[in-house]
Design a protein around this ligand. Structure first.
Ligand SMILES: [Zn+2]
Length: 67
């Protein structure tokens, strides 16, 4: 968990997981990130019900919780 937190950061707005070197979020374009996040949700299908639950609309990685 600690190692993963350093390698990736979560968007403060949409919780999408971004590479540590990213300047803007691949999902929403926001530029504020946190390395303090917990849990990982992977959306792998356009039809995933998790998209509705999370309020996201793109396939990708998302943090469950941004601390
Ligand atoms: Zn975002």
């Amino acid at each position: 968990m600690a190692r993963r937190s350093r390698a990736f950061k979560a968007c403060a707005k949409c919780k999408a997981i971004n590479d540590r070197k990213a300047n803007t979020c691949w999902n929403c374009g926001y530029n504020v990130f946190t390395t303090r996040w917990d849990g990982l949700i992977i959306i792998i299908s356009e039809e995933s019900i998790l998209k509705d639950i999370l309020g996201v609309d793109k396939i990708g990685y998302y943090a469950v919780k941004v601390l």
